[in-house]
Design a binder for this molecule. Structure first.
Ligand code: DQA
Length: 144
C-alpha cells in the first residue's frame, strides 16, 4: 500500500494562493492519483491533516501497517518539524517529499527542508504534477 500524506492548508488547494499553488483542488489531485494507482493495481491510502501530531501518528502507524512507500507534502512543516522528520527517519521504505511550488525559488525561509535528509528523493515545482511524478516513481521503485 502507498500512503499519501498531505500536510496543513493543502485542504484549501484551488482557493489558496492559486497563483502559487494552482487551481486544482485537493480532491482533483487525489482523483488523478487514484486513477493512476488503480490502473497500475496499486493500493492507495490518502490522508490530509492540519495537525503535526496527527501526521506523526499516521507515520507511526505505517510501522505496523502494510505500507510499502510514502508520498508526503509536509507543507509548512517541511521547514521546521523535526518531529515529522524523526518519525519518517524510523521507516525503511521509499519516501518521496513533494511540493507543488519550487520552494528554492521562493522566500528564504522555504529554502530549507528539514525533511529532505531522511527521504529517498524530493519533487518540487511542478504543481499538481509533482504528486503524479512522485507516484509514478514510487510505482517504478516498488516494481524493481
Ligand atoms: C508547499 C510549500 C511550503 O513552503 C508551503 O508552506 C506549503 C506548500 C508546496 O507544496 O509547495 O504549504 O509544501
Amino acid at each position: 500500500m502507498v500512503l499519501v500524506i498531505h500536510g496543513p492548508n493543502l485542504n484549501l488547494l484551488g482557493v489558496r494562493e492559486p497563483d502559487v499553488y494552482g487551481l486544482k483542488t485537493l480532491s482533483d489531485i487525489n482523483s488523478s492519483l487514484r486513477d493512476i494507482a488503480s490502473k497500475k493495481g496499486v493500493e492507495l491510502k490518502i490522508i490530509q491533516s492540519n495537525s503535526e501530531g496527527e501526521i506523526i501518528d499516521v507515520i507511526q502507524k505505517a510501522f505496523h501497517q502494510d505500507v510499502d512507500a510514502i508520498i508526503i507534502n509536509p507543507a509548512a512543516y517541511t521547514h521546521y518539524s523535526i518531529a515529522i522528520r524523526d518519525a519518517l527517519a524510523m521507516l525503511d521504505i521509499p519516501i518521496i517529499e513533494v511540493h507543488l511550488s519550487n520552494i528554492y525559488k521562493r522566500e528564504e525561509f522555504r529554502h530549507k527542508s528539514v525533511i529532505s535528509p531522511v527521504v529517498t528523493g524530493q519533487i518540487a515545482g511542478f504543481g499538481a504534477n509533482s504528486y503524479i511524478l512522485a507516484l509514478e516513481q514510487v510505482i517504478r521503485l516498488l516494481n524493481n
